[in-house]
Design a binder for this molecule. Structure first.
Ligand code: FO1
Length: 309
């Protein structure tokens, strides 16, 4: 089977990540994970996209929300509320342990990558989950209500503010995770999962040297469109595009990735678009409801990568 680097962030990306993980071994599949959503909350270092992928691969994820754990209890949040603490960001009791553990590891001098490996292993995930960078990069969302930290925009304000742009704080002092760069020569394919291009993939692509490294890689780069029939399956992607006066179409997502792409994967609802993209494209079911949907899409993606090689 081919060796794949999967670039992912958020719930949508983790769905395809799970599909790929059913077909490939930990030696064949490595994850590069968005860390622009990370933030410090009540003294805790929180890394939502890494946690979503970890829980998903560990089969611990809350199936309804896609983030946090299932079989959760909420004693901590109840007690925090009693004391007038901030409760807009919901932290389940077991999920809280992960954030405390990561914060403690980082405080002891572990890198983000080492902390991710320790936590992933502890939860039974054999795959390498690599934060996009070991330096801190924080996504700021510029809106009609001023500049917002990502989680304030996404969770506290429920994506209501009108987006005017994005900024990735700390970029110039950050560099791509060396473990990601060093795997680029050995992979047979690079898959950009169906994540929000603007806030779940761009932070990684804007890391100094990252885009050039992907362009220089001999492996084909393919992306799965997060936009299906003019709407996002999950999250604010389509709303952001409208607010940025970008057509909320799959074609606009392909154009956003530009010359990085060797291939693009469209949903059946966008059949007919494939010849107008300027990049090789296939049409298949990209909407993932069941585990089998995830596996089927992963299989189509791998076959497409092989065809492009
Ligand atoms: N998303 C929400 O909409 N509400 C929450 O209360 C919330 C809590 C939360 C806790 C831990 C975690 O890892 C993720 C959490 N998320 C929550 C999701 C998170 O904001 C998003 O998954 C990413 O930042 C964007 O994909």
């Amino acid at each position: 089977m081919p060796r794949i680097l999967a670039i992912t962030g958020g719930v949508g990306g983790a769905k395809l990540g799970l599909g790929l993980a059913q077909l490939l071994s930990p030696e064949e599949l490595i994850f590069a994970v968005n860390a622009g959503d990370d933030f410090t909350h009540m003294g805790l270092e929180i890394s939502p996209d890494l946690d979503t992928l970890t829980y998903t691969l560990a089969d611990l994820a809350n199936p309804d929300t896609g983030w946090g754990r299932r079989d959760e209890s909420w004693e901590f949040m109840a007690a925090l509320a009693e004391m007038g603490g901030e409760t807009w960001f919901q932290l389940g009791d077991r999920d809280l342990a992960l954030h405390v553990r990561r914060t403690d590891l980082l405080r002891q001098g572990a890198s983000r990558t080492e902390a991710a490996a320790i936590i992933g292993r502890a939860l039974g995930v054999a795959f390498q989950l690599l934060p996009m960078s070991d330096e801190s990069v924080r996504t700021t969302v510029h809106t009609d209500r001023g500049a917002l930290a990502f989680q304030h925009y996404f969770v506290r304000d429920r994506c209501q503010p009108e987006v005017t742009g994005f900024e990735f704080q700390g970029l110039d002092a950050a560099r791509p995770n060396p473990a990601i760069l060093s795997c680029l020569d050995g992979v047979d394919g690079i898959v950009i999962c169906p994540s929000n291009p603007y806030v779940s993939v761009d932070p990684m692509l804007h890391l100094p040297g990252m885009r050039d490294a992907l362009l220089a890689a001999s492996a084909p780069v393919v992306a799965v469109s997060p936009i299906v029939g003019g709407a996002a399956i999950k999250g604010p992607t389509a709303k952001m595009m409208r607010e940025l006066a970008i057509p909320n179409t799959a074609a606009a997502v392909a154009a956003h990735y530009g010359d990085l792409l060797d291939g693009f994967i469209l949903d059946e609802q966008d059949k007919g678009l494939e010849d107008a993209l300027g990049v090789p494209a296939i049409v298949t079911q990209t909407v993932m409801v069941t585990l089998q949907d995830r596996v089927n899409l992963a299989r189509d993606v791998l076959a497409f990568v092989q065809k492009l090689t």
